[in-house]
Design a protein around this ligand. Sequence first.
Ligand code: SF4
Length: 115
Amino acid sequence: MPLTREEAAKIARRTGKDLAAFTWENDQGVLTLLNEASTRACTFLLTDSAEPDASGLCSIYEFRPKGCRMYPVVLNDEDHAVVDEECPHPDGFEPPSEDDAMVLLNLEERMLRGG
Ligand code: SF4
């Protein structure tokens, strides 16, 4: 999950972890949450399983990044808001709106600007 540098700094403050312990930087300079090698899940997901639909709890739920709050709504290649086709539990969500697309586009812009 990508996140802004402000969000990463907040997580670092609240958890006492260094950025390098929970993020990596992609080739566009965007910070992304690390996955655990054993579970292939986000480093903050409390789970022992590598199954994609395994249960688990987010250990930073109250201050999770905006992208996590929006998920499973993501942008597709045409910048439309859609439900992620890789989401294991896609049912029960409202169809994504134009407002969702604007929120995600603004978030993406902040990430690319290093905000
Ligand atoms: S909701 Fe929590 S566990 Fe899931 S990707 Fe975001 S930070 Fe990680």
